[in-house]
Design a binder for this molecule. Structure first.
Ligand SMILES: [Zn+2]
Length: 92
C-alpha cells in the first residue's frame, strides 16, 4: 500500500515540476522525470532553474542596450537602472 502512495506522490510532483519547467521553456518530459524520480527536490530545482531566454528584459534608457530586468546597472554604459515593478507586472 505504501508503494502506491509513493507512486501517486511521484506522479503528482512530476506533473507539478513539468508545469514549472514548461513555463521556463524547458522540456516537459525531462522535468516530469526529474520531479518523479526526486519528488520535492526536483520541484525546488525547477523553481530555482532560470532560463536566460525567458528572463524579462528592458532597454537601457541611455544607450538602448537590452538589460536584465533585475540588473541594477546597465552592462553597456554603466547607467544606473531603476527597478521598475511595472515591467515585471506587465510580463505576467
Ligand atoms: Zn546603457
Amino acid at each position: 500500500m505504501g508503494g502506491s502512495i509513493y507512486i501517486f506522490l511521484a506522479v503528482a510532483f512530476g506533473i507539478a515540476t513539468a508545469v514549472i519547467g514548461r513555463t521556463k521553456g524547458s522540456s516537459v518530459t525531462l522535468w516530469f522525470m526529474i520531479g518523479a524520480i526526486v519528488p520535492g527536490i526536483g520541484l525546488l530545482v525547477a523553481m530555482a532553474y532560470r532560463n536566460d531566454g525567458e528572463e524579462p528584459r528592458r532597454p537601457c534608457p541611455r544607450c538602448g542596450r537590452e538589460c536584465m530586468l533585475h540588473d541594477a546597472l546597465c552592462v553597456g554604459c554603466g547607467n544606473e537602472l531603476d527597478y521598475t515593478t511595472e515591467v515585471s507586472a506587465a510580463t505576467r
